[in-house]
Design a protein around this ligand. Structure first.
Ligand code: LLP
Length: 417
């Protein structure tokens, strides 16, 4: 895989752009993405399915930047959305609605209408009541809704409980045991057309076996359905392939594709995937500046200008992100162990624990592997304007999202007259 963040002449670069230049031009904190890394990830993922009818639907929630969506759309990607807002972004970015799958447990009537009018590829339906609502909404519009049921194959994804979704005891999907009956009901509804079977078992998976187990269960259901005359045109295996944050060894794309294709055998069915993190995670970094060093009896703190509102994963999941000096000290003997923390008024506001770095005030740091679920989960907590986003392409930089201004943060508010 391509790591676009490399030291050149003692300065960390994104492709051919020194991160110091990005900080000078655009300030900090700033998210930086590499076009080459994004495109290479998509191309490598899709290449595994050459010769097999397939659709790669990038999971928009992992990085909904219009510029990112647009690059994937140009490569022929589809998109996995979970809201009307994400559908609007896909359309604004030039995405093809006929390649959109709509996941999520809480689709509103308005969202269903918009998606039906746009002509999306498939609704991934997550409950019996959603199926009935979709049938009603489609009937009102004089349309037929293409549907997969998201089934819960009940396999252990062996990942963080907050991002594991394939087990019985969570809100996603329909129980495997109930799926067959619900499919029969779906097939009987006048404004529903059964197109596929869908599953998504969790995120940041680092082993192949849970994907294989889930696929086995899905294929058993497909056999059962086809025996009953319910034709399954596509199988959606969701997303979830992990990336390397520290020392994980997730399956590489080629191994994943080979394993899935081997299981599929000679069945004639389209395969749909919903990768998010694996396409964008390692293509992005968050650049931040050390505001203060604070040495206390118990700990050394490096207080940086990025915080949990910019990158929530450490605070929320205790997630690890590598943190690298943009200009590593030439004399590393002054390195000390630091807590890397932000300015937000929460003890949970940290980006990294126990990082050995040689630091001075004003130094730049890069929080790596921040391209997925970074900016997309950011907030304005503490009335902090959201970071700028920059796309690097060779030796060029593009400001793909301006830094928010404080005025924008309360522009929609009013005091009592
Ligand atoms: N499809 C569905 C239905 C999903 O719910 C998700 C992610 C994906 C695809 C994409 O999964 P990926 O390939 O990115 O693993 N905020 C958490 C991750 C939450 C994932 C939610 N669902 C984090 O920062 O780790």
């Amino acid at each position: 895989s391509v790591n676009p963040f490399q030291l050149k002449n003692g300065i960390l670069h994104a492709e051919n752009v020194p991160l110091t230049r990005i900080a000078d031009e655009f300030g900090t904190p700033t998210y930086v993405y590499s076009r080459a890394a994004l495109e290479s990830a998509y191309t490598r993922f899709a290449a595994g399915f050459d010769g097999q009818d397939h659709l790669v639907c990038f999971a928009v929630k992992s990085n909904p930047s219009l510029a990112v969506l647009n690059l994937f759309a140009r490569l022929g990607a589809g998109f996995d959305i979970v809201s009307g807002g994400e559908l609007a972004r896909v359309l604004a970015a030039g995405g093809d609605p006929a390649k959109v799958v709509f996941s999520g447990v809480g689709k509103t009537e308005t969202e269903m209408e918009t998606a039906l009018n746009a002509g999306i590829f498939c609704f991934n339906v997550e409950s019996a009541s959603e199926l009935d609502r979709l049938n009603d909404v489609a009937g009102r519009l004089g349309k037929t809704a293409p549907v997969s049921l998201r089934v819960n194959p009940n396999v252990d994804a062996k990942t963080h409980p907050y991002i594991s979704t394939g087990l019985k005891n969570n809100k996603f999907g329909v129980a495997y045991e109930d799926a067959f009956n619900l499919y029969q009901h779906a097939a009987s509804l006048p404004n529903i057309a059964v197109h596929g079977v869908d599953c998504h078992i969790g995120s940041q998976l680092t082993e192949l076996s849970p994907f294989m187990d889930a696929f086995d269960r899905v294929l058993a259901l497909v056999d059962q359905l086809e025996a009953e005359g319910i034709r399954v045109a596509h199988i959606d295996l969701g997303g979830g392939i992990g990336i390397c944050y520290a020392d994980e060894t997730p399956p590489d794309f080629a191994a994943y594709a080979a394993a899935m294709l081997q299981k599929l055998g000679d069945r004639k069915v389209k395969l749909v995937f919903e990768p998010g993190r694996a396409l964008v995670g390692n293509a992005g970094a968050l650049i931040t500046k050390v505001e203060y060093l604070k040495h206390t009896e118990a700990k050394n703190f490096a207080i940086v200008d990025a915080a949990m509102n910019d990158l929530m994963r450490p605070a929320l999941y205790d997630a690890y992100h590598e943190i690298a000096a943009v200009v590593p000290a030439t004399d590393p003997s002054s390195a000390q162990v630091y807590e890397i923390v932000g300015p937000v008024c929460e003890s949970g506001d940290f980006l990294g624990h126990d990082r050995k770095l040689a630091l001075q005030q004003g130094d730049l740091l890069a929080v790596l592997s921040a391209g997925a679920y970074g900016m997309s989960m950011s907030s304005n907590y503490n009335t902090r304007p959201r970071a700028a986003e920059v796309m690097v392409d060779g030796d060029k930089t593009h400001l793909i999202r301006e830094r928010e201004t404080v005025a924008q943060l309360f522009a929609l508010e009013k005091i009592l007259g």
